[in-house]
Write a protein that binds this ligand. Structure first.
Ligand code: IVH
Length: 672
């Protein structure tokens, strides 16, 4: 009996931890399938041993996504979850239970896609959106109306007729694959942590405090449930069709079925077809269509008896671990990578998968030569989810994280408060040096053409470049370079020309190019704008740095550490002597002042004198705010050629002035 109690406690502790990782941190560590299996096991144990029941058990809650900073709202009708099924048989059981519950009445089932986003409840009064609330813990959630109104497909005012004076509509906030890929590419570039899947990206975005950033991210919404007292029809399907006429983006797949054969066909069809959908789905949902029958069937404490979810199996493969390699990045962080016996998974061959850090290796308890499960579900990046213990080789050793840098041999240090180990040999460890050179020449930094990963390594290995400042003396090695196979005069000219042009790159990008840990593209801009020149940055104390917008103690400390290292100061001095921009020009300080302070400006169309990005930068430097779409709050539109017709129409209808590039340049140079 004691052992049962121990097992129950262990499962509760584990599920609580996973709930926290999932809902609060947005970084799940196990697959939904494994989570559900553990939950089912706990439910089974609790119902067989009711003496161990506890109102605080994770089986009694639906998870919480409540976060600080939003007002709470108690749902008029709780937002429940759905029971899960994993096979055709379990769905058949559901249909049978429904029929039994209705004493054999005829039943119509509606089949839908299960969108993998984050659920939302919208309330409308007299045809207008009054509130948007997240699921929260099912009873109360966060009011996120300001963020929701940035989603263009959500109607603020309904069209047509026949809506009840008051009703609620529920659906899913989703981030389409295209937007998800774009967002992650951007984050990868800025060295920000990637979103594991569109679901995390959508829920993370919905909880941002800054709604203009929400607007930029491309969220969308699909609706699948109408609730209220005076709905137009007595069945789910017709109600959703009515909602579609009122302007809602109702889930496009709603299939009416009457036989288990049709249900089976629906599952087989979507198991395959879902891969072609533009948004992530993690299963199907089956609902009883008739509202009276729904009412008769009722609810359990957690979910309706009239609906169930069928979860797609994440694609999973079992393959052998050949070895774990340890790779060193530009900041010195050492990442363990599982090198696998190649295996086909969701149409691509997987040979390698990141193990992220030491804690993950320990958690999975990976041994040499283990057979590992690799999954690719909602995630695009393959993930190691477990070990097949029955196939563990006798006497195999656990995989140990390296103690020394695998490249230069320096003992690793653990970064305080993080799971990562780092090689501290910044100036003598090849991948770190090459990584910094590569970063320095990158398009958004110094934008030096002709140098990529391979060339950076060649330049370093031959002793021509050992830090970015050496790039400015490449000419000295021309003769030596020409001796190298594949290195012609044109290749060299192109590099040298790129290096020369980079001397015009503005100071904020130079600062970003230096690879100061934690100092990203945006924070570099803020520091440059506040402190104006490199001397001020090098000598800034903690207080000065922390007083800059968006610069916290971690970045401040990192900047100070960077400039306390003599070789870094030396390199920066050399860069300065080669003529790189080490200050923002005075004219932006003067004319840039606050000419556009408090103004919201939309930049639209194509320009001749400066690029669009440059204009956007100028707006910021002069105190204005760039906004993506035209609204009545827009002060003016910086209009180039071929401005989009919808923006133009909107500007006209709202009476917002258009300013051409000449007038704009005059405006910020103070002549206007
Ligand atoms: S109906 C009472 N329909 O799945 C039933 N839910 O585990 C209300 N979901 O919280 C939900 N697609 O976030 C329904 N077509 C669909 C759905 C769907 C995704 C989500 C929703 C819900 C969760 C249930």
């Amino acid at each position: 009996m004691d052992s049962v109690k121990i097992k129950i406690d262990q499962l509760r502790e584990e599920l609580n931890r996973h709930n926290y990782n999932y809902y609060v941190l947005n970084t799940p560590e196990i697959s939904d399938y494994n989570f559900d299996m553990k939950m089912k096991e706990l439910e089974r144990l609790e119902s067989s041993y009711p003496q161990f029941d506890d109102p605080y058990s994770p089986t009694h809650r639906v998870g919480s996504d409540i976060s600080k900073g939003f007002t709470q709202w108690i749902h008029k009708r709780p937002m429940l979850s759905l029971g899960n099924t994993y096979s055709m048989e379990e769905v058949d059981d559901f249909v049978r239970r429904v029929k039994d519950g209705l004493m054999g009445e005829q039943v119509q089932i509606v089949g839908e896609l299960k969108y993998d986003g984050t659920s939302i409840s919208l309330s409308y009064e007299h045809g207008r959106l009054v509130r948007a609330v997240t699921r929260g813990d099912g009873t109360q959630g966060d009011v996120v109306t300001d963020n929701i109104v940035t989603i263009k497909s959500i109607p603020l005012q309904l069209q047509g007729e026949g809506w009840p004076d008051e009703f609620e509509i529920r659906g899913e906030i989703v981030l389409p694959w295209k937007e998800f890929d774009r967002l992650n590419a951007e984050r990868e570039f800025n060295e920000e942590p990637l979103f594991a899947n569109p679901r995390n990206a959508a829920s993370g975005t919905l909880k941002l405090q800054n709604s203009s950033e929400v607007a930029r991210r491309g969220l969308d919404a699909v609706f699948y449930y109408l609730l209220g007292d005076n709905l137009p029809a007595d069945n789910h399907y017709d109600n959703m069709m009515a909602a579609r006429k009122w302007g809602f983006k109702v889930a496009p797949v709603m299939t009416l079925m009457t036989s288990t054969k049709e249900v089976g066909d629906f599952i087989s069809y979507w198991d395959i077809k879902r891969k072609e959908l533009p948004v992530a789905t993690d299963g199907l949902v089956f609902k009883v269509n008739d509202l009276r029958q729904q009412l008769n069937l009722g609810y359990t404490a957690k979910s309706p008896r009239w609906a169930t979810a069928y979860k797609f199996q994440a694609e999973r493969a079992l393959t052998e671990l050949k070895f774990v390699s340890f790779e060193v990045g530009r900041m010195g962080i050492v990442t363990p990578v599982a090198n696998l016996e190649p295996v086909l998974l969701s149409g691509t061959i997987v040979k390698r998968a990141s193990l992220h850090n030491e804690d993950i290796i320990k958690q999975l308890d990976i041994h040499d030569g283990d057979m590992l499960y690799v999954e690719k579900g909602g995630e695009i990046i393959p993930k190691i989810t477990g070990v097949e213990l029955s196939r563990r080789k006798f006497g195999s050793e656990t995989v140990k994280f390296v103690k020394d840098c695998p490249v230069c041999g320096t003992p690793l240090v653990r970064i305080e408060g993080e799971a990562a180990w780092m090689c501290p040999n910044k100036t003598g460890c090849a991948p770190q040096i090459c990584g910094r050179i590569e970063h320095f020449v990158g398009r958004r930094m110094m934008n030096i053409d002709g140098i990529g990963e391979e060339m950076a390594a060649i330049l370093y290995e031959n002793g021509w470049v050992s830090d970015p400042s050496d790039l400015y003396e490449l000419e000295r090695y021309r003769a030596e370079m020409l001796k190298l196979q594949g290195m012609g005069p044109r290749t060299i000219d192109r590099m040298i020309e790129g290096v020369e042009n980079s001397k015009n790159v503005p100071f904020d990008r130079v600062l970003y190019a230096l690879s100061i840990p934690y100092l990203g593209e945006t924070s570099s801009k803020k520091v440059a704008k506040a402190l104006r020149n490199i001397d001020a940055v090098m000598n800034a104390d903690n207080e000065t740095l922390c007083s800059i917008d968006d610069i916290g103690p971690r970045i401040a400390q990192s900047i100070r550490e960077y400039f306390s290292i003599p070789s870094n100061r030396n390199m920066v001095g050399r860069l300065q002597s080669f003529g790189l921009q080490m200050a923002l020009p005075d004219n932006t300080a003067a004319s840039g002042s606050e000419v556009l302070a408090g103004k919201s400006i939309v930049v639209s169309g194509t320009f001749n004198k400066r690029s669009r990005d440059e204009y956007k930068e100028m707006i910021e430097l002069n105190g204005g705010k760039n906004v993506g779409s035209v609204s009545k709050k827009t002060d003016f539109i910086l209009a180039g050629e071929n401005m989009g017709p919808s923006k133009l129409d909107k500007a006209k209808s709202l009476g917002i002035p258009l300013v051409d590039e000449d007038s704009f340049l005059k405006m910020i140079s103070g002549q206007n």
